[in-house]
Design a protein around this ligand. Structure first.
Ligand code: GDP
Length: 527
């Protein structure tokens, strides 16, 4: 489910430049025409244009209703009045350097564990309360890297990375990978030099190796803190937590506890109480009854549970909480946004599903187009096809009504090469609103075929259906597809009198049904 910037511009009927400007406004860094967007990003951008793939023209009021855009972030000068929130910390490092051991040690001091006899379940994240009264939230999921990727698109999931490096093994390939990830995503690092209880431990060597790989550690005049620890004995873990709190204070992590809830799905699964997902709240306060949308599903929150399975009455920014009641399973990484009511939530989910479908189809069409172009290059036009083309051009010139120009016309004529005895070709003329539609409808048409009958593209061009189109279709024994064009009752009448089907359509995939019906008429009756 990916689409290029220029393709999305085409789908939403705006120029590439307009699209690029809008994207910049929305905070996208890369707006080049061939930059590939995920369906979620594409959906967000498309919603800016109230783009609905199922309708040609859309009621503006309804579009506004559907728009569940996030509230604007407070300006920096207002931010200082917001409450402080816990930092969200991810642990990364080379395999066997002690990530799991350190997380296990930290988890034992989780808030939920201390409240509830020490049993915590894995829900993807947990919060640790420090003696200072501060809290740190640790991500506990194998998909850390995915959350870093999200950060790249301007989304803040991970505030700090703790890079675990074993003191007896020093910097290894996955250590370097983690450093690169952190740097490219602009997430600050704290280094935990682990296994210092071991005899072979050499903390200085680790520091030197890190410096060589671009980590500006404090000892050498940089600002990256390095904390020697042992996940096994617990030595240094308090200092590690303090380092995270200090860094969070410097970075001044704050968030609004009021207003529209936003967050991320950290993990999703099915339990005895149905579909559940761990939501990490980014802003606002999640409560039972809150309606939230995530990806292509939504829930009216029935209950909130912490990592000990204990029911909570609310969860604010920086807090991971398990949420139930999902209509479908959300996915880790999905963005969570509050909806004002169930109808809006359902609408947004429908909209996203349709958009994803539309993008998938656009991609299919793109592939088909590319294949056709490829075939065309490899195939010489037969004399007959060339002659037919000349004749059509002469006819068009004689009528003087339009100048046609489209890349999809030639491959269509190539269809004739496949002609087998008894196989019929039904000619179609395509008229559409913009060149993107012409190409899309052409590609769609040409992939439809049945054992006895295939569509053949007579002509395809931008513009309203003209009298000449009807004459031409009539002469060729064909039909006309009018995509995304205003209904013209005169044309309908004229076409009907001549026995020509004028297929007026605003939804691209419904053309399939229309054309199939026309082709099926050509099939011999079932015996
Ligand atoms: P991960 O792959 O990074 O999650 O590493 P693990 O947490 O699974 O640890 C790998 C191995 O190192 C295990 O056998 C741990 O018991 C051991 N280990 C982890 N931390 C320490 C430590 O601080 N000291 C010692 N001696 N062993 C450790």
């Amino acid at each position: 489910e990916f689409v290029s910037v220029s393709k999305l511009a085409q789908l939403t009927n705006v120029t590439y430049q307009e699209m690029a400007d809008k994207m910049e406004e929305l905070g996208f860094e890369n707006t080049s025409h061939d930059h590939i967007l995920g369906s979620e990003e594409a959906g967000l951008i498309a919603m800016e244009y109230n783009f609905d793939p199922t309708m040609g023209a859309q009621d503006e009021a309804e579009a506004e209703e559907r728009d569940l855009k996030a509230l604007p972030e407070p300006a920096p000068e207002d931010k200082e009045f917001l409450p402080v929130r816990p930092p969200v910390v991810a642990i990364m490092g080379h395999v066997d350097h002690g990530k799991t051991t350190i997380l296990d040690y930290l988890r034992k001091s989780s808030i939920a564990a201390s409240e509830h006899g020490g049993i915590t379940q894995h829900i993807g994240a947990f919060s640790v309360a420090l003696s200072s009264g501060k809290t740190i939230t640790f991500l506990d999921t194998p998909g850390h890297a995915a959350f870093l990727e999200m950060r790249k698109r301007g989304a803040t999931v991970t505030d700090i990375i703790i890079l675990v490096v074993a003191a007896d093994d020093s910097v290894k390939p996955q250590t370097i990978e983690a450093i690169k990830h952190a740097q490219s995503a602009h997430v600050p690092i704290i280094v935990a030099v682990n296994k210092i209880d071991k005899e072979e431990a050499n903390v200085d060597r680790v520091k030197q190796d890190l410096a060589r790989h671009g980590v500006e550690i404090e000892d050498f005049g940089g600002d990256t803190q390095v904390v020697p620890v042992s996940g096994k004995t617990g030595q240094g873990i308090d200092e590690l937590e303090d380092a995270a709190v200090t860094l969070s204070e410097i970075l001044d992590h704050r968030a609004d506890t009021e207003g529209q809830v936003e967050g991320w799905v950290i993990e999703a699964t099915t339990k005895s109480n149905g579909r559940v997902a761990t939501v990490l709240v980014r802003r606002g306060t999640l409560k039972p009854g809150t309606i939230i949308v995530a990806g292509k599903t939504w829930t009216r929150v029935r209950s909130l549970r912490n990592e000990a399975g204990v029911v909570q009455m609310s969860a604010g920014p920086g807090t991971p909480i398990e949420v139930d009641g999902w209509r479908d399973q959300p996915e880790a990484g999905d963005e969570v946004i509050q909806a004002p009511n169930e109808q809006k939530a359902a609408d947004v989910v429908d909209f996203r599903a349709e958009l994803a479908e539309r993008i998938r189809m656009a991609e299919d069409m793109e592939k088909i187009n590319a294949q056709r172009r490829e075939q065309q290059v490899q195939r010489d036009m037969t004399k007959e096809a060339a002659a037919a083309e000349k004749a059509a051009e002469r006819a068009a010139r004689a009528s003087g009504t339009e100048v046609e120009a489209t890349a999809t016309r030639k491959p269509a004529l190539g269809n004739d090469d496949n002609e087998t005895p008894g196989h019929q070709f039904v000619p179609f003329i395509i008229k559409a609103d913009v060149s993107g539609s012409v190409e899309a409808v052409s590609a769609y048409l040409l992939q439809m075929t049945n054992p006895l009958c295939s569509p053949k593209l007579l002509r395809a061009s931008v513009g309203p259906v003209s009298e000449f189109d009807i004459e031409h279709a009539d002469a060729a024994g064909g039909h006309i597809i009018a995509f995304n064009l205003p209904h013209d009752p005169d044309n309908s009448g004229r076409a009907e009198r001549k026995g020509i089907k004028l297929l007026e359509q605003n939804v691209i995939y419904r053309i399939v049904d229309d054309v199939r019906a026309v082709l099926e008429e050509k099939l011999p009756p079932q015996k």
